[in-house]
Design a protein around this ligand. Structure first.
Ligand SMILES: Nc1ncnc2c1ncn2[C@@H]1O[C@H](COP(=O)(O)OP(=O)(O)OP(=O)(O)O)[C@@H](O)[C@H]1O
Ligand SMILES: [Mg+2]
Length: 517
């Protein structure tokens, strides 16, 4: 709605500036403006455009990894991640969009400083509630919509979508007043529109004038008025919710990214929220514009989520929900680990990559509350991460988990094995060999045949990389002679055999064994 001029100006700026930051209050439309401008760029403006949403970032130290993921860069080296990213961008003319930088201003400033200095044609568009403070940054303030034109049009359109039309001139005047009180803030207008089926536009104008005029009183001078407007409308939406909707809103805030509908039920049910009531509450939250559905996933805007999180801790449920969320994703990872080597691998892959931010959140929660469990989870994710281009995340979390002293031998074995695979892929063969040996020792201690076979697989791989195919073959064969490893672990050892046969020139036998895999 509106913003044609803002979009045109932004597109022009992106062709002359290196770093443009859209700055403005929550819900004013920064992300939407960035998205719109990116969608309307002339086709030859950039080689490619990469969108990195920072809200859900688990650990500050993973910022560079997230940006690299957004660029589709899968770095298999032990280089510093910033060096790898600068090398990849090089002199390409690409547009990098960092959405929601306000949580990580210092980290973003540092990374962007390095990238912009090293990559002469890189252009960055950031959205943030505050300026980043990087040299050469062009901050563009995003203002709300004009209350008497674009905001009024937005309210009228959204009201019509909710089945409400202005009946007469008084309604139209009241609608204009509502927009005036809401200062044209798009998110506030959207939330207000969703309340109109339950409250007349005139009643709403009256209420807003009461509340916001009241809020002009002494202690409210601390907060800028737009925050107040937003708090008022979100608070209002909250009051209009059924108790079960409020509870679900609070509990939903525990998710770090769009939540699959079946996962919402699993994580958020409990107490007064039966499965059926979760579905009803989702429908209610959708009607109130508090969540939107994309495919089979629920999306909640950051500002709305922040309010939910605040409410969740007021309810005293924050810890319990974080436990439940982490337990759920722990189970998702364990199931994917089992299914990885089978017909459901593609589904397991999709689930894990769609849940990436939530899996990281679960890991961090366990690292803080139940470290041995973090170690189990990281061990289950390690191979997936290594295979699917999340080497930095894998290295980061697996190393943190290695510091967990009291994990059982089987957990330690899996952790060592996963980290060994990561190190091997990064070309750090000596460290990988040490980890393979430790996997073997821990697997023996745990009497775990599968992990023993996996240790052999890693050792075999390393032997192949050192140019010792016969040794690799013997190691794989010794492991295969033991009967009780899982078919997946045995298959990995058979894969080592295939590589060893190929490397020894027995291509025909390698082919036969590969086909039998
Ligand atoms: N010009 C517009 N026309 C219609 N709807 C808009 C417009 N601008 C924003 N909105 C809607 O208002 C809501 C808030 O916008 P958006 O998420 O872009 O805000 P933001 O400034 O990025 O907020 P935050 O600081 O919380 O990230 C969204 O639902 C968005 O679709
Ligand atoms: Mg935003």
């Amino acid at each position: 709605m509106g913003r044609q001029q803002d979009v045109a100006t932004l597109i022009a700026r992106l062709q002359t500036e290196r770093l443009v930051t859209l700055v403005g209050t929550g819900g004013v439309g920064k992300s939407r403006l960035a998205e719109r401008a990116a969608g309307l760029l002339p086709p030859d403006a950039f080689e490619s455009v990469h969108w990195a949403p920072l809200w859900s970032l688990g650990s500050r130290s993973l910022l560079t990894a997230l940006v690299a993921d957004a660029c589709g860069l899968s770095d298999h080296s032990s280089r510093d991640p910033v060096d790898a990213l600068t090398a990849w961008i090089g002199s390409r003319r690409i547009l990098l969009i960092l959405d929601s930088c306000e949580h990580l201003i210092g980290e973003c400033a540092k990374l962007l400083g390095a990238l912009l200095a090293a990559c002469p044609a890189l252009v960055v568009l950031a959205t943030s509630r505050e300026q980043l403070g990087v040299a050469g940054e062009r901050a563009v303030r995003v203002d709300p919509l004009a209350p008497d034109s674009d905001a009024l049009e937005l309210l009228t359109e959204r009201a019509a979508a909710a089945g409400v039309r202005w009946e007469n001139a008084e309604d139209r005047v009241a609608a204009a007043e509502v927009c005036h009180w809401l200062e044209g803030l798009p998110l506030a207008v959207e939330l207000a529109a969703a309340q109109l089926p339950e409250r007349s536009v005139r009643g709403m104008a009256r209420l807003l004038s009461d509340r916001l005029a009241l809020a002009e009183q002494p202690d409210s001078t601390v907060q800028p008025s737009r925050h107040r407007v937003l708090r008022t409308t979100i608070g209002w939406s909250h009051e209009l919710c059924e108790p079960t909707e409020r509870l679900l809103w609070a509990r939903l805030s525990v998710f770090r990214s769009d939540a699959a509908l079946d996962e919402v039920v699993r994580v958020c049910r409990g107490g007064p929220l039966t499965d059926e009531l979760v579905d009803e509450a989702i429908a209610g939250l959708r009607r109130k514009n508090l969540v939107t559905v994309h495919g089979d996933r629920l999306r909640m805007l950051d500002t709305v989520r922040e309010y939910g999180a605040m409410w969740l801790s007021e309810l005293g449920e924050a810890g319990a929900l974080a436990d439940r969320h982490a337990e759920h994703f722990d189970a998702v990872a364990a199931a994917a680990d089992r299914e990885w080597w089978g017909p459901d691998q593609a589904a397991a892959y999709t689930r894990l990559s769609d849940s990436h931010e939530d899996l990281c959140a679960a890991l961090e929660h366990f690292l803080a509350t139940d470290p041995p469990r973090a170690a189990t989870l990281a061990g289950n994710l390690g191979f997936f991460w290594a295979c699917c281009g999340y080497l930095h995340e894998a290295g980061h979390y697996l190393e943190e988990c290695m510091l967990v002293a009291e994990a059982p031998a089987s957990v330690l074995a899996k952790l060592c094995w996963s980290l060994g695979v990561v190190r091997c892929l990064r070309g750090e063969y000596q460290e990988a060999a040490g980890l393979a040996e430790r996997t073997r020792t821990e697997a023996l201690r745990a009497a775990d045949e599968t992990l023993l076979a996996d240790a052999a697989y890693l050792q075999g791989l390393l032997m192949l990389l050192r140019g010792e195919p016969q040794e690799a073959m013997r190691t794989a064969d010794r492991a295969l002679a033991r009967p009780h490893a899982t078919p997946a672990a045995a298959a990995r050892c058979r894969l080592v055999r295939v590589f060893a046969l190929t490397a020894s020139g027995s291509v025909q036998s390698a082919r036969v064994e590969a086909e039998a895999l």
